[in-house]
Ligand binder design. Structure first.
Ligand code: ADP
Ligand code: ASP
Ligand code: MG
Length: 416
């Protein structure tokens, strides 16, 4: 008999929000399994559970110990993993729950943002040989010292894609509370439309710029290992959105999506002596503490001093401010200014590679609406701006209108 095809399905928190939903997910998994496929299901914690656990830890400790936090957070996925297995068995489907350490999802030791290094699939293959559905806890792994690690928020997506690669699965479905990847977050803009497919590179940008429908590392992993990745609804049977290698014609679309990240912060180190090594002395300590610096702007001034402004995620804001305060004193800076009420809005599209005018149009749209741009950064296929958080909804709607709903004026303009 031919070996059955393997597939991976991942279900997010909202899709597993209560027992009825868990039963519905079990029924959906059952349909796949009845088609003769070997199915590995990756689960997130039940909706809201990871936040609840985080809040518990934070009410005990201002800066919870990273190792203990991972032990705590990983319990969310342990619960949903066991419950889904029970629900499957109730529906007559043989199933086995497996935690990160049982599958041997090996990671580095970066608690809270660990990277998967390898996955040993033999335990899952054993389950498959017995025609069991393997229900795997997402988001968690184990380091070389047997410590429990977690992969960062949204990390179950990455577990699923990495598992699909390791198993040689024919596809990996990310089943969630929307029926695909949209041109922008459908919860923020009613006019958002579902994309039939999107290139890995555009999806990487969107995910990195705040579209949490997929974790960026999941997309990186899918691109690297050529995993056939699809985002679809947990509740229906629509085709969803395929994330695919770049295809001919994709460049014709100027802007595929508008992404935003409301949770950004901005720090300016003022009047720093403009000497070699300055950036290293400032950003070195931030990197050592794992703070990811995003945009950086340096304003040169005539009198040998300079202002340096950069952004970090809201989560890293207080750690970054404390570190920068110390360095600012050491290097004799004139002080620091900071704001944690900023956000980043970006437009992404392969078509930008050979089309001028997107940036100019973006700035015009924002300026016509009286929205002040505080920082700008560009890459080949994206333009991002930092604006006040209160302006995000308006900016997203206007940019979506200008580039997605009515791209006519730009599309007709001359390619670069
Ligand atoms: P899950 O719990 O299933 O992992 P997430 O909340 O992490 O789900 O991701 C799904 C959410 O991503 C959607 O509910 C939607 O609000 C948001 N989202 C942001 N940008 C987009 C986009 N471009 N397309 C679809 N969903 C998006
Ligand atoms: N439960 C984790 C989170 O809320 C992981 C995930 O949902 O993918 O971030
Ligand atoms: Mg998610």
């Amino acid at each position: 008999m031919a070996t059955p095809e393997r597939t991976v399905q991942k279900y997010g928190g909202t899709s597993l929000g209560d027992l009825d939903r868990i039963r519905a997910v079990a029924a959906r998994v059952k349909r796949r399994w009845e088609q003769g496929l070997n199915v590995a299901v990756v689960v997130s914690a039940m909706g809201g559970e990871t936040n609840r656990l985080l809040a518990l830890a934070r009410s005990l400790s201002g800066e919870p110990d990273a190792r203990e936090l991972d032990v705590l957070l990983s319990t969310g996925e342990q619960v949903s993993c066991a419950l889904l297995s029970l629900a499957l068995k109730e529906q007559g489907v043989p199933a086995e729950s497996l935690l990160g350490h049982q599958v041997r999802i090996s990671t580095d030791s970066a608690h809270g943002k660990a990277r998967i290094q390898s996955i040993k699939v033999s335990r899952i293959e054993r389950a498959f040989e017995e025609r069991k559905v393997a229900v795997v806890a997402g988001f968690q792994g184990i380091d070389s010292d047997d410590n429990i690690t977690t992969l960062g928020r949204g990390g179950s997506d990455t577990t699923a894609v990495a598992l699909a690669a390791a198993l040689g699965a024919t596809s990996c479905d990310i089943c969630t509370d929307v029926d695909g990847v949209y041109t922008t977050d459908p919860r923020t803009c009613d006019q958002a439309v579902r994309l039939e497919k999107i290139s890995y590179d555009e999806m990487l940008e969107l995910a990195g710029l705040g579209a949490k429908v997929l974790q960026i590392r999941a997309v990186e992993c899918a691109k690297r290992y050529g995993v056939k990745l699809r985002v679809c609804s947990s509740f229906g049977d629509d085709e969803g959105t395929w994330v695919v290698p770049e295809e001919e014609g994709m460049e014709e679309v100027l802007v595929s999506g508008v992404a935003f990240d409301r949770d950004q912060a901005k720090i300016t180190v003022k009047l720093v002596p403009d000497t070699p090594g300055l950036a290293a002395s400032l950003f070195g300590p931030l990197a050592d503490k794992g703070v990811v610096v995003d945009m950086i702007v340096q304003n040169v001034s005539a009198d040998g001093h300079t202002d340096l402004t950069f952004t970090v995620s809201g989560e890293d804001f207080s750690a970054a401010t404390n570190l920068v305060q110390d360095v600012a004193e050491k290097v004799g800076a004139g002080g620091i200014d900071s704001s944690d009420t900023v956000a980043k809005v970006s437009v992404v599209g392969l078509g930008m590679r050979n089309h001028a005018g997107v940036a100019a149009r973006m700035f015009e749209v924002l300026s016509d609406a009286g929205i002040n741009i505080q920082m700008i950064s560009t890459s080949e296929i994206k333009i991002s701006v930092v604006i006040e958080r209160d302006d995000v909804d308006k900016a997203v709607k206007l940019l979506h209108e200008a580039f997605v709903e009515d791209p006519g004026s730009l599309a007709e303009s001359k390619p670069a």
